[in-house]
Write a protein that binds this ligand. Structure first.
Ligand SMILES: [Zn+2]
Length: 206
């Protein structure tokens, strides 16, 4: 039986002029960027929280307190990488990631394929395991804000110990079959399959 977990992450940052826009680990040509203690990559922050949440390992703030000067303007790939390590240490791997960005501009659909490839690369998974969707904040009056929702499905990796116990089961299955065949042979005179002799003498038919 597959052992799966699910994690959810949410983040938001405000647009600010004169700041480079970082999204999905990419620098995007845009007049405004996202203000934050780190590089403000709202997409990577939401994914980081989804991964940490899936293994109940806390959230991005518990690992990287916003007041810590080490994370000032930090590349958010560091946060994502830590979440991936936490997940792997807990014995899990990613099944898939789905995200929705909510922002007025820039348009995400033209750059989504490149962004998906970049995120997949950082998470050591295939591009078809990463979905990045976007919509505008209709009716929310949040034109100066970028929000992101992310969800991650993960599954437990098969450990070497599991493989060992599986082969032990197969071996004991073989031994059981041998015992059954011996019993059949002694009670009913049914010949043992494994020790079966040819029914004719090959010498006779030459
Ligand atoms: Zn953030």
């Amino acid at each position: 039986m597959m052992d799966t977990r699910i994690g959810f992450g949410y983040d938001s940052h405000e647009f600010k002029p004169g700041v480079p826009l970082r999204l999905g680990g990419m620098t995007i040509d845009h007049p405004e960027g996202l203000a934050g203690h780190s590089d403000g990559d709202v997409l990577l922050h939401a994914i980081t929280d989804a991964l940490l949440g899936a293994v109940a390992a806390g959230d991005i703030g518990s690992f990287f307190p916003p007041g810590d000067p080490r994370w000032k303007d930090a590349d958010s790939a560091i946060f994502l990488n830590l979440a991936l390590e936490e997940l792997q240490n807990a014995g899990f791997r990613i099944v898939n990631i789905d995200t929705t960005l909510i922002l007025t501009a820039p348009k995400i659909s033209p750059i989504a394929p490149e962004m998906r490839a970049r995120v997949a690369d950082m998470l050591e998974i295939d591009i078809d395991q990463v979905s990045i969707k976007a919509k505008t904040p209709e009716g929310l009056n949040l034109d100066q804000v970028a929000q992101c929702h992310a969800i991650a499905l993960i599954e437990r990796m098969v450990e070497p110990d599991d493989l060992k116990s599986m082969s032990e089961v197969i071996e004991s299955q073989r031994q059981l079959e041998d015992v059954v065949e011996d019993l059949l042979a002694s009670v009913h005179g049914v010949p043992k399959k494994r020790a079966a002799e040819p029914v004719y003498d090959t010498e006779d038919i030459t």
